[in-house]
Design a protein around this ligand. Sequence first.
Ligand SMILES: CC(C)(COP(=O)(O)OP(=O)(O)OC[C@H]1O[C@@H](n2cnc3c(N)ncnc32)[C@H](O)[C@@H]1OP(=O)(O)O)[C@@H](O)C(=O)NCCC(=O)NCCS
Length: 197
Amino acid sequence: MKIFNKIKSLYSLLGIQPKSKSNTVVDSIGSNTINNSIIEKRNPKSKIKFGSNSTISGRFVLNCENSLIEIGNNVSIGNSSIFECALEIIVEDDVLISYQCIIQDSNNHSLNLTERVNDNLNWNRKGIHDWTIPISKKVIIGRGSWLGARAIILKGVELGEGCIVGAGSVVTKSFPAWSIIGGNPAKLIRTLTEEER
Ligand SMILES: CC(C)(COP(=O)(O)OP(=O)(O)OC[C@H]1O[C@@H](n2cnc3c(N)ncnc32)[C@H](O)[C@@H]1OP(=O)(O)O)[C@@H](O)C(=O)NCCC(=O)NCCS
């Protein structure tokens, strides 16, 4: 047990996190929220918070000590959606996220082969990953936004209030409030009118 704890602290010092098991326990949850999610904290110090009156399915993976996932009030997240967090993913109030969406705030692996080459072996043999190498940037889904089925949101994306993301879109850049966006990479289709807001 002592050796196990020493190895764990060494990994922590190096910014390397071992695999962990899944459960459904969140750090805080508001009233009337239905939690059907699967939560995998790969670092026990990471944080995941759900607001009130939300209905949450999907899988939430928190990789690092400072990883934070915050879901607001009156949010729906559909089945088989996946959130993978190295840094921070914020979903504001009144957001609708359909099924099979992916939101991730990190590249997860280096673009440089020399840095990436041991990732598979480390995961396979030791169940560890070095999160100090890949680029990670916070993601924010603005209040009242709607992500169609199979939308993918990548690192650094910030969607302003009331954005609509078309089904199957891959969002690589940020968009201002009231944008309807779609495609791969997602582009502006149009801006919602005053009456639609
Ligand atoms: C984005 C969306 C809401 C737009 O709806 P709409 O306003 O009725 O759009 P239209 O069908 O009139 O299409 C408008 C334009 O956007 C394009 N477009 C629509 N959906 C798109 C998508 N998912 N990806 C890329 N482009 C898309 C259309 O090709 C059209 O382009 P054009 O003007 O060059 O011909 C809708 O297409 C969509 O994707 N809805 C998601 C539905 C869903 O996933 N539901 C799951 C349950 S929550």
